[in-house]
Design a protein around this ligand. Structure first.
Ligand SMILES: [Zn+2]
Length: 451
């Protein structure tokens, strides 16, 4: 495999054995990323997990976690993935961190076969990705790596070989390392005793680009199935044609984790009651972003945050459910223009925006299909409440025939209306002095002048 390289970003990995860490000192000494021990087997959680994650994040390191695998069967591997994912919920879920979760698979005390090792690894990785929504990476040793077959080549390799000069060996599954743990006896200011040293195959910005959650907003709802778009639709429960104020998204399993699409302050996190602006919404988490828009996550089975709490983008905020009026487990997500009064609720669609476009704009990226502007779907035969009065007047006055109030107008249609208006005005003025022809000539001069 490749050698180490000047300019490659440096990091560490830690567990409870490093004790209390001065993270600001670690960061000041150019250790830009850290993998923190989270769990082991089906029940063990590192007692320093939460403190380490909080400390490292607040010092500005890029943070990931790892799980030490002990399973010898696919079923046990799945149970370990569940335990790992569950422990991560304590720190806001895997998506609250910048680096992916890690399967640390490095020994075989029970002597299972190579084939079985790959079955166990695959079971753990697949289940972990399903639970966290993030593709994990594999940590292993230089010798143990030879057990993994090419079906695992698609996972990034973090490999241990304690040498500055002897590079990790080429393996059936990998010819390059993504991260190299090149020492288990490093000294880093801020940490008492030895610590593992790691190098990423690239610069800090390469590392952010490879795993950063900030990268791609072309589909803000990646990982979800969009089952009902924003706009006019037949309501799935009532059957009535009605404006859908948000989007319906589905994750599996039915009580799967729901993460914040945008950072902000939690201003509602419980069952919505009638008249609150969240009636029929079931258990609802509402988060106010820095632009004063309110992000509404409805029909949850449980809220995982509290009012007043600041949440990060990607942080776990609750679990999918079907509380309130809902045709099945899904997330109804809507973005309101205001958060007060009644949590920004309006009877018409005037108070909401199209969520996909809002997120794309919010993160400052252009949509993939630039030539196709996102338009609000509406029923063209229904007049908007704000226009109803005027529409009734122009219809009564004969300028429009009263059909298709919401349709786009063509140039010929607007021409007919304008010309009718012009003729009527001429008649009106002529009625007072009797000479339509000369007034028409004078109006033509005025119209020519104003071109
Ligand atoms: Zn909905």
């Amino acid at each position: 495999m490749q050698t180490r390289k000047d300019g490659n970003v440096q990091g560490i990995d830690v567990s409870r054995y490093q004790g209390k860490i001065d993270w600001l000192q670690v960061k000041a000494n150019k250790r830009e990323f850290v993998f923190i021990k989270a769990t082991e087997g089906q029940t063990y959680t590192d007692p320093n997990l939460v403190a380490n994650v909080k400390g490292a994040l607040s010092a500005g390191l890029l943070v990931g976690t790892y799980h030490f695998l002990r399973a010898t069967s696919a079923a046990a591997a799945k149970a370990e993935a569940v335990h790992y994912a569950k422990s991560l919920e304590e720190i806001g879920g895997a998506k609250a961190l910048q680096l992916p979760p890690v399967m640390d698979y490095e020994n075989n005390p029970d002597g299972i076969s190579k084939a079985q090792i790959n079955i166990v690894a695959k079971a753990f990785l697949t289940e972990l990705e399903r639970l966290t929504g993030i593709k994990p990476i594999i940590y292993t040793g230089n010798s143990f790596a030879a057990n993994f077959d090419t079906s695992l080549s698609g996972y990034d390799l973090w490999i241990a070989r304690y040498s500055n000069t002897r590079v990790p060996d080429d393996q059936p599954a990998w010819k390059t390392w993504t991260i190299w743990q090149y020492s288990d006896s490093g000294k880093v200011p801020g940490i008492a005793g030895n610590v593992d040293l790691n190098e990423f195959n690239g610069s800090l910005s390469d590392l952010k680009k490879r795993y950063g959650r900030e990268k791609d907003m072309s589909n803000p709802f990646e990982g979800y199935r969009l089952t009902s778009p924003f706009g006019m639709r037949k309501h799935p429960v009532s059957g009535i044609n009605k404006f859908h104020r948000g989007v319906d998204l589905v994750v599996s399993p039915a009580d799967g984790p729901i993460y914040a699409f945008v950072a902000g302050e939690v201003i509602h996190a419980k069952l919505g009651v009638s008249g609150s602006g969240f009636g029929n919404y079931g258990v609802t988490v509402a988060i106010k972003d820095d632009k004063g828009h309110l992000h509404v996550y409805a029909h949850l089975s449980a809220a995982g945050v509290k009012v007043g709490q600041q949440v990060k983008r990607g942080q776990l905020i609750g679990k999918q459910g079907s509380t309130g009026i809902s045709s099945g487990a899904h997330l109804h997500y809507e973005v309101r223009k205001a958060y007060t009064p009644q949590f920004g609720y309006t009877a018409t669609e005037a108070g909401v925006v199209e969520p996909t476009q809002y997120l794309i704009n919010y993160y400052g990226q252009t949509p993939v299909k630039e030539d196709k502007p996102v338009t609000q779907e509406r029923d063209i035969n229904v007049v908007s409440p704000w226009a109803a009065e005027t529409w009734a007047e122009v219809t009564a006055n004969g300028y429009y025939d009263g059909t298709r109030p919401g349709a786009m107008i063509t140039r010929e249609e607007s021409g007919i209306v304008t010309n009718r208006l012009r003729k009527n005005i001429l008649k009106l003025i002529a009625g007072t002095n009797g000479d339509i022809k000369s007034i028409d000539e004078r109006l033509k001069m005025i119209e020519l002048d104003s071109k």
